[in-house]
Design a protein around this ligand. Structure first.
Ligand code: NDP
Length: 459
């Protein structure tokens, strides 16, 4: 039996993502024996907690397995206090998973406090992003964790690594002769990793106003995606090979030309409309402090300084309150060296491979001969709709935690590298070297941000 203790059990992450994942895991595995518990600072009782669990299970279409955790209990606790923490784990002598679904500063304080608590030997610590608030904090938190449990019992969760699309990219990249040999600066002109959301703040100012788009998305999720795209081919997808390969890619990653003022942009949304929704300006959202100058849209250009990638811009971009959801990886191939005279039309690239990060889909845009005039080039797209992955990203993540498989979690060194990569940009923004631009909610961002060349251009 594994005891899964969710810390921050009354919070958004627990109800919206973790509990549905628990439900899906129970559905998937009839033999899974789980002692589910919740704890947090809200003064809930068992009945209130059980209601939250039942609601979350129902939302995941898994009400049928709720009875398997019907005895789940909730404890009100301040997890930064040694006594409260000790009380939470006092009767657990078996396998324990402590999942920190709390703000990052609270998780860090709780880990400090854990030094004075006796934990079962096999305790797993699962921490959410952002991991610390800068490189120094990430280092210090890693040192604290290393004093508590071995590295392979620490899960720095990045649920993007559990996304079926990202795992699908590995197959496409490594198993196809028409892709694998082309995966380098010799053939690829640019890579864009983009996560545009139409969702706005959704009452999450308490967290988001201190994080912003850069820390919320680029520093964590999107750099993990970059690592998977840019890494050298690992011998196996085992924990050590995969995480070594990703870490090496991140170590080689730098802001383009080491020039954050030109290789980064930031913006904040103003009032606007998305579909039927009227949105206020970000600065007028409850809980926002305008003086923090938090960006709701961020873009950075990185370079992976290796023989494979030198000279290829990797653009990472993410924002909120945009006109449409657009979550994709765009791999743009360089134009071919020569098109025979007699074929008309100048393709702007040598084709594009596009992956959507949910619902899963893949497109290959190709330059082909025209139907009416076989000597005139035009653009066509081969598409593959893969639908929603069968398993939610958090189900994948939580399943790996319960199986004690750290392959898809972020290793200590990578967590530090990700802060190192973005630090020059954050410093430039603090100095005011990069203006905070504006865009109306529901637009595609500031007008002068052409993130990539338009699709399928043939002139
Ligand atoms: P919330 O603010 O919704 O929830 C945090 C929970 O922690 C609240 O229940 C809060 O209780 C509790 N808490 C705060 N301080 C303490 C304390 N000292 N002792 C015990 N409990 C405490 O945040 P989220 O759930 O949104 O986020 C949690 C973490 O997950 C963050 O690191 C976030 O970055 C990460 N994350 C969140 C995602 C999401 O979609 N929500 C997605 C990916 C990651 P109280 O309300 O009483 O303060």
């Amino acid at each position: 039996m594994t005891t899964l203790l969710l810390l921050g059990a009354s919070g958004d992450l627990t109800s919206r993502l973790l509990l549905p994942a628990v439900a899906q895991l129970l559905q998937r595995d009839p033999d899974l024996d789980l002692d589910l518990r919740g704890a947090g600072s809200d003064p809930w009782d068992d009945e209130r907690w059980r209601r939250a669990v039942a609601d979350a299970f129902a939302s995941a279409g898994a009400a049928d397995v709720a009875r398997r955790v019907s005895g789940t209990r909730y404890t009100t606790a301040d997890i930064t206090r040694v006594d409260d923490l000790a009380g939470l784990v006092a009767d657990v002598d078996d396998e324990l998973v402590l999942y920190f679904a709390v703000p990052p500063a609270v998780a860090a304080s709780a880990c400090e406090a854990l030094a004075d608590v006796t934990l079962p030997d096999k305790t797993i610590l699962a921490l959410e992003k952002p991991f610390g608030s800068d490189e120094a904090e990430a280092r210090s938190l890693n040192a604290t964790l290393a004093r508590l449990v071995p590295e392979n019992q620490v899960f720095r969760v990045d649920h993007f690594l559990g996304r079926s699309t990202l795992l699908g990219v590995l197959g496409v990249r490594f198993a196809n002769r028409i892709v694998e040999p082309l995966w380098s600066a010799d053939h690829i002109e640019s890579v864009l990793i983009r996560f545009d959301e139409s969702l706005a703040l959704e009452n999450r100012a308490r967290y988001y106003d201190r994080a912003g788009a850069m820390v919320d998305m680029l520093q964590s999720h999107l750099l993990q995606v970059l690592a998977v795209l840019a890494m050298e081919s690992p011998a196996t997808l085992g924990e050590r090979d995969l995480r070594d390969a990703k870490a090496a890619a991140l170590r080689a990653t730098h802001i383009w030309n080491d020039d954050p003022a030109h290789a980064s942009r930031r913006a904040r949304y103003t009032a606007g409309r998305i579909g039927e929704r009227e949105l206020p300006s970000y600065v007028d959202e409850p809980g926002v402090d305008p003086d923090r100058e938090t960006e709701t849209l961020a873009e950075i250009v990185c370079e992976v300084r290796t023989a494979r990638w030198r000279g290829v811009p990797f653009t990472l971009r993410s924002g909120k309150a945009l006109g449409e959801d657009c979550t994709e990886i765009v791999v743009r191939f360089s134009p071919v060296r020569h098109i025979p005279d007699g074929l008309t039309g100048e393709p702007s690239d040598g084709g594009v491979l596009r992956f959507s990060l949910g619902p899963d889909a893949m497109w290959l845009e190709m330059n082909v001969n025209g139907r009416d005039d076989p000597f005139a080039l035009r653009r066509e797209t081969l598409s593959l709709e893969l639908g929603e992955g069968g398993v939610r990203a958090y189900t994948e993540v939580l399943g790996e935690i319960l199986e004690r498989d750290v392959t898809l979690s972020v290793r200590a060194d990578s967590a530090e590298e990700c802060w190192r990569i973005v630090e020059p940009v954050r410093a430039a923004w603090r100095r005011g070297d990069v203006p905070l631009e504006q865009y109306p909610a529901g637009s595609h961002g500031p007008g002068q941000w052409p993130t990539e060349a338009p699709r399928g251009e043939i002139s």
